[in-house]
Design a binder for this molecule. Structure first.
Ligand code: FAD
Length: 496
């Protein structure tokens, strides 16, 4: 039986383990921490439950597909529901937009609250859907790095449907030509942050992201986001995958340009193939000791990072939903601070996620709420995070007090904080970036590291730092692309 070693039990490593086990591999997963999930983590304090990283769940079909493939009933492992609203947006002048999952209702609310004609919203979302179906759907499900695949008809056809505005205009410019109201441009610019990018630099191509949220919908996994980790971990175990926790991989064994296994705690673990779920930069730097390749990865800009306050709040706020955004007044300045100045802007956009809205009394004690409060910040290049945490805490509380007309300091019962340095140490993400590399350049999609090594046979890559990119849906797709590459490589080997 062929064997596979997977380095890291992040969401992509878990999905990869399931797929390879189904393909007949004897699979071992080595994870440096004491539990699976990586960024998709969790903790509990004084009756408050907190998902540590991702909070927005889209495209559940990527997970459904894994269970169908494994021939296991998903309902025994995992359940989720579609949300009636995708997000509630708050602006400093008191405008509030509750974005309904019903497009007609969403467009009418926008028109009522901002003056933007409802027709413009519907036209934009329809174009977003077409862009996703014609282009992204193809790009995100194939390797872009194999010549044989690249020139196959679906990709060549998809490339032909791309309009110059998707490539040569920034997302902001594209949105500014589609909408006349500044607030609506800001709302649709925010989608660049879904892969840690800057809407004033990233190409108009990112206008496909709203399709996922508005046309396909947002979902809530019962039990919170950690249920995704638990479901995939249980599925992998059911398929016979072996997990080794608290066992960091020290090195990938490379012999005659072939991956032969890994070194863990000084011992050689042999395998037919090796899959790295570790940030591509650290895979080269630490596991392959290839500084030149590691440096090459750094030619691409890192995605943004985040500062997160997990607050147990001893009150319920009726005006808030599961996802809430409190916009900054000058979005362009905010992104200039994050990406060019590498600083935190004095009026940051604040995101508040509250899972107790979906499961009151379960995710937080009765009558209380679990607030995950996040602002986007630059990737870590040695800023003074302790000072910044203190300063940002004040700024965020002042902003929320102003916009919600409350006194938050007196309501915060428990507090934990995550910063870019901790994100790097806990999950091995270089500079604490949330999504690997940013999509700020036109060529970002092609520049991301492939799902295989060009130099080392039998070495493959999955996860947010490689093709097709960061975020749970794309990480799950990276596992699918990798497993298809493995299958065709194995077949080629058999016939040669
Ligand atoms: P990771 O989760 O990074 O896991 C990699 C694993 O490898 C870790 O468990 C690590 O411990 C392990 N590892 C590293 N080095 C070694 C070694 N040498 N040996 C063994 N193990 C090792 N995505 C969304 O879809 N929606 C969101 O709302 C969203 N919000 C986010 C908010 C935050 C704060 C963060 C941090 C991320 C967010 N993301 C979101 C992004 C999403 O979390 C990631 O893209 C995804 O979880 C990354 O998964 P991964 O499989 O690439 O690996």
């Amino acid at each position: 039986k062929p064997s596979a070693v997977i380095i890291g039990a992040g969401v992509a490593g878990l999905a990869a383990s399931v797929r390879l086990a189904i393909q007949g591999f004897d699979v071992k997963v080595f994870e440096q921490s004491d539990k699976p999930g990586g960024k998709l983590g969790y903790f509990e304090t004084q009756g408050y439950h907190f998902d540590t990283g991702p909070s927005l769940f889209t495209q559940p079909d990527n997970i459904e597909e894994l269970f169908a493939l494994a021939n296991e009933p998903i309902e025994s492992y995992f359940s989720y529901r579609k949300m009636p609203d995708s997000c509630t947006y708050f602006y400093e002048d008191g405008t509030v937009v509750r974005a309904s999952a019903d497009i007609e209702k969403f467009a009418a609310t926008i028109e009522q609250q901002t003056g933007e004609p409802a027709e413009n919203i519907k036209r934009y979302l329809s174009a977003s859907g077409k862009l996703y179906e014609n282009v992204a759907n193809i790009f995100l499900n194939h390797s872009l790095h194999k010549r044989s695949v690249l020139w196959k008809s679906p990709i060549a056809k998809a490339l032909k449907t791309v309009r110059p505005s998707h490539i040569f205009k920034s997302l902001h410019r594209l949105n500014s030509s589609g909408f006349r109201e500044k607030k609506v441009v800001q709302l649709f610019n925010r989608y660049a942050t879904y892969n840690g990018s800057n809407p004033y630099k990233a190409p108009g191509m990112l206008s496909l992201i709203p399709h996922l949220e508005h046309n396909e919908g947002t979902f809530y996994p019962e039990g919170g986001m950690i249920s995704i980790t638990h479901a995939l971990f249980s599925l992998a175990q059911k398929k016979g995958v072996q997990f080794f926790f608290n066992q960091p991989v020290e090195r990938i064994i490379r012999y005659n340009n072939q991956a032969k296994g890994v070194v863990v705690d000084g011992k050689n673990i042999e395998a037919s193939i090796v899959i790295s779920n570790v940030d591509a930069y650290f895979t080269y730097m630490r596991l392959l000791n290839d500084q030149e390749k590691a440096r090459k990865i750094l030619k691409q800009e890192r995605s943004s990072s985040a500062l997160i306050f997990y607050w147990g709040i001893k009150k319920e706020f009726a005006e808030l939903g599961l996802h809430n955004i409190f916009f900054s007044e000058d979005y362009e300045k905010e992104f200039d601070h994050i990406f060019r100045l590498k600083k935190v802007y004095a009026d940051p956009t604040v995101y508040v996620n509250i899972t107790s809205k979906c499961e009151p009394g379960k995710q937080a004690p009765v009558g209380k709420e679990n607030w995950f409060v996040m602002i986007n910040v630059p990737a870590n290049i040695g800023q003074h995070w302790d000072d910044l945490k203190t300063r940002c805490r004040v700024l965020i509380i002042e902003k929320l007090n102003r916009m919600l007309k409350t006194d938050l300091s007196s309501l915060i019962e428990t507090e934990n904080i995550l910063d870019p340095v901790l994100i790097e140490t806990a999950t091995g993400s270089y500079q604490g970036s949330l999504y690997g590399t940013s999509s700020n350049s036109r060529m970002a999609a092609f520049m991301r590291h492939p799902n295989f090594s060009r130099d080392i046979e039998g070495l493959y890559f999955v996860g947010g730092s490689v093709h097709p990119g960061g975020g749970i849906p794309l990480c799950l797709k990276s596992a699918k692309i990798m497993s298809e590459l493995v299958q065709s490589d194995q077949q080629r080997k058999k016939h040669s």
